[in-house]
Design a protein around this ligand. Structure first.
Ligand SMILES: Nc1ncnc2c1ncn2[C@@H]1O[C@H](COP(=O)(O)OP(=O)(O)OP(=O)(O)O)[C@@H](O)[C@H]1O
Ligand SMILES: [Zn+2]
Length: 640
């Protein structure tokens, strides 16, 4: 649809919004106030108390109700004559098929996860409906426009993978607080309270452990809990550091850490009390959830504790876990909403930080780092919502010369906080919007079809209900509505080695994979390879020709892109720094991306984060990341 004026375009438009969270609430309000009168809105969630600080269409009394429906009702109060159709549902549900998408003139995303974004991208491509995509993380945000054949699709550019840290940085040479948090959470916490059988780099034997075969983290049967806590303290913060100092080579160009023993950190009488201050201990008024902070009378989570206080919290939290939560120990996984776990991890990270000369942090800050939380900024959401509407109007007018990808930055770049960049052309090797075949290197003699379906087709290619053909033979299909014998047959195939399938998959075989709901079909050429590097290629297979997650090496990525031509910011903020005709824009985008502060949210800001030891969907600051990740294990946190 191309309309002469913005008013006409707005009046005639039928718009689909996906997501009624942080961005969605702002967007619905802005659309309604801009004159849009036929808006459909999908959101799968219900309102939570934690949404109320920024999702201003919702009130306390709405907690537990559908976001889409409450948002509609709230906006109809000040725009009673428009039509808003809510769907309390997952956008991946089959009712939202290509025909459903075709009824709209534009789709506007206010989502918070990669999976749903990719799904919507594919439906928009199939239905040939333009998509305006968005995301925010704290002060950072972005709005991008995707129009089939004219601009790149949402998946044309690689998305950064979660960042990982070399194990030795975590275990031996931390230089940032996040390294200490990862150590405290993924190694120490896991070692003390998680699955004992897992391998753990912390398992260094103590010199006072003569047998040297005993795990020093094991509590001896008759060992007093206070003594045990102090022994662990001395072992991890004292003995282990001293042992590490023995390796001169490591410290040649680094600051040497200080071993910290409990007697260095706490006065003698406090050590006797295991760190507890009797003044604050009140057995009669125990909190319902054990908390070292409460036991010790530390009230302010924003305060940075001294080394002595951190040591007290460490000892007390360790004791409380074994005293009050014994049943859970052995199975615990760090959870940012578990107060005692956060207290323990904060204290342990701070003691380690103190040893390595890294600034200490408050529990509030440590929790943010440990839980990969970026605090949402309502204003960013509002700015992004405004930009979505600006781009949507251009799309409705067919004004594609003026489409812009706009990045909302935390730090001004050339005095600008809003950075518009011309959209790029579709990536010819994108398997989603072009028909480029992919290449899968795999050991066809040892790999089961299940591994290819799960690790490649569902996880990497993001297909929801895939179908797999080898030549003309259908070897697998997912979804409801299969006959029982078909389902049984496919289940059998899943467990078969590729080379032993009814239609064998060998070197040179071409697979066709298809998802009917997404109307996405692609070819995968199989290349047999005997061996894979277990560290670098942990999946045991490599998918090439795929523009999926890559490391955050954006520069090289930028090189591949065509140079966008003239652009002016005038239409965005009126401050109009003319950036036209500088070979310019490309360099500028690279500059933004290369700037440490600004890089992170620029690919998928709101996909950030996870709380497990691992993960983060696709971007985050150094402060937000974990190591040794398995993205599938990660629970995404939303950040708008
Ligand atoms: N597959 C999906 N289908 C429909 N709605 C979705 C889907 N995935 C995510 N959403 C919605 O997108 C919105 C994203 O908003 P936002 O990032 O503010 O999340 P939130 O859950 O409201 O906030 P937070 O996670 O920070 O508490 C949420 O309301 C969420 O329910
Ligand atoms: Zn594409």
């Amino acid at each position: 649809m191309a309309a002469a004026s913005s008013e006409e375009a707005i009046k005639a438009a039928k718009v689909l919004m996906v997501g009624a969270g942080g961005i969605g609430c702002e967007l619905l309000k802005t659309l309604a106030l801009s004159g849009f009168s036929d808006i459909h809105i999908i959101d799968l969630d219900t309102i939570e108390v934690s949404n109320l600080n920024r999702q201003f269409l919702f009130r306390q009394s709405h907690v537990g109700q559908s976001k889409a429906k409450v948002a509609r009702d709230a906006v109809l109060k000040f725009r009673p004559n428009i039509s808003i159709t809510p769907y309390h549902a997952n956008v991946k549900d089959s009712q939202f098929n290509v025909d459903f998408f075709k009824q709209f003139n534009v789709v506007l995303n206010g989502l918070d996860n990669l999976d749903a974004r990719r799904h919507v991208n594919r439906l928009c491509l199939a239905a040939e409906v333009p998509l305006v995509e968005s995301g925010t993380t704290g002060f950072l945000g972005q709005v991008t426009v995707h129009v089939k054949g004219k601009t790149e699709c949402y998946e044309c550019q690689p998305k950064p993978v979660p960042k990982s840290y070399p194990v030795c940085t975590i275990t031996s040479t931390p230089s940032k607080f996040v390294h200490c948090i990862v150590w405290a959470k993924d190694l120490l916490f896991a070692k003390l309270f998680g699955d004992k059988n897992q391998d753990n780099d912390l398992n260094v034997h103590s010199k006072d452990d003569s047998s040297s075969k005993t795990d020093v983290f094991e509590r001896n049967l008759d060992e007093d809990l206070k003594k045990y806590a102090q022994r662990i303290y001395d072992h991890v913060f004292g003995y282990n550091i001293e042992a590490a100092l023995g390796n001169e080579e490591t410290w040649r160009n680094r600051r040497r850490p200080n071993p910290i023993y409990i007697r260095d950190a706490l006065p003698e009488d406090a050590v006797q009390q295991n760190g507890c201050s009797q003044d604050h201990k009140n057995e009669e008024q125990e909190p319902s959830e054990p908390s070292a902070m409460v036991s010790l009378g530390l009230r302010n989570p924003q305060e940075i504790w001294s080394l002595a206080d951190n040591s007290r919290v460490f000892l007390e939290a360790l004791k409380l876990f074994f005293e009050k939560r014994e049943k859970e120990t052995g199975n615990l996984i760090f959870d940012k909403d578990d107060q005692l776990a956060v207290e323990f991890v904060t204290a342990a990270a701070n003691i380690r930080a103190s040893s390595f000369g890294i600034p200490l942090h408050s529990l509030f800050e440590a929790k943010g780092v440990a839980g990969n939380i970026v605090h949402a900024v309502a204003t960013t959401n509002a700015i992004i919502a405004g930009l979505i509407v600006i781009e949507a109007i251009k799309v409705l007018k067919g004004d594609y010369q003026n489409y812009r990808m706009t990045y909302c930055l935390e730090h001004p770049s050339r005095k600008m906080l809003l950075m518009p960049v011309e959209p790029f052309e579709p990536n010819k090797s994108c398997y989603v919007c072009s028909e480029t075949p992919l290449v899968l290197e795999v050991n066809t003699k040892t790999t089961k079809l299940r591994e290819v379906v799960e690790k490649v087709i569902k996880s990497k290619l993001g297909m929801n209900l895939p179908l797999v053909m080898v030549g003309a033979t259908l070897v697998f299909e997912d979804g409801d509505g299969l006959e029982p014998d078909e389902a049984a047959n496919y289940a059998l195939n899943l467990e078969k080695i590729l080379a032993e399938l009814p239609a064998p998959v060998l070197n040179g075989t071409k697979l066709t994979v298809e998802d009917f709901q997404q109307e996405l079909k692609c070819s995968i050429n199989i290349k047999h390879r005997d061996e894979f590097d277990t560290e670098k290629e942990p999946d045991g297979m490599v998918l090439a020709g795929w523009s999926g997650p890559v490391d955050k090496q954006v520069t090289s990525n930028g090189e591949k892109k065509p140079v966008p031509s003239a652009s002016s910011t005038e239409d965005l903020d009126g401050t109009a720094e003319d950036t036209s005709a500088k070979p310019g824009m490309k360099r500028k985008l690279n500059e933004i991306l290369e700037s440490k502060e600004n890089f992170d949210a620029l690919q998928n800001p709101s996909d950030v984060v996870s709380s497990s030891a691992q993960v983060v969907d696709d971007d985050e600051d150094d402060d937000l990341v974990m190591f040794d990740e398995d993205p599938k294990q990660g629970k995404k946190k939303r950040s708008q």
